[in-house]
Design a protein around this ligand. Sequence first.
Ligand SMILES: O=C(CO)COP(=O)(O)O
Length: 261
Amino acid sequence: MATTTRRPLMAGNWKMNLTHLEAIALVQKLAFSLNDDDLEKVEVAVLPPFTDIRSVQTLIDADRYNIAYGAQDLSQHDSGAYTGDISGAMLAKLGCTYVVVGHSERREYHGETDELVAAKIKAAYKHELTPILCIGEPLEVRQENRHVEHTLAQLDGALDGLGAAQAASIVVAYEPVWAIGTGEVATPDDAQEMAAAIRERLAKLYSAEVAAGVRILYGGSVKAANVKPIMEQPDVDGALVGGASINADEFALIARYHRNP
Ligand SMILES: O=C(CO)COP(=O)(O)O
């Protein structure tokens, strides 16, 4: 399957960290740490909390940083009596490119189901946001060697009813739950096994062409010290970075992994 046209994406999921003032400082530092060549080779995105997005937008626009940004969640609804929720329309107005959907922390702490994730993906496309769909198995499922089946079932559920034209631009992040925030990174082989299985399933659900174009990221305890061998896997097209992305120096090192020895 062709692998040549996929531009790597390094996305920093800040989770519930950094005030808007801290966000400005981090994005400035990040931008100064990356040169034009880095940003041509690799797309870099930050995914701050909602309260930081306006500040990040203003900074990136004013200084013309070649850094994308987005949100960590959105409502499946467009507007209305949904206290505390944020719509895709609101994110689009803030110039967001990406929105994370179905992160395991949303599934675990907010009870998000595959059906809800599918509705959120459709809401994202409705507002021209690119979803970063997170899927991945908990530890006990891997121990039972059912990780591929489990993760592909999440993929099927999330993509239910989504057409090929939209699926072609989705970003899928394989984030095994046992690797998130634990320091226990998946091996490059583990990441490749699942990325290849996801791509194969996309080919079955849509077409070989769609599958060949979709970027598949790995997420879970990614650091500058472990990113390179993961990125060398043929079906891994980037990383979704949590803890290490709220340190500008570390995230910059991750984003320019291609320069590492
Ligand atoms: O959940 C993650 C990114 O979405 C990964 O988090 P960590 O990089 O902190 O393990």
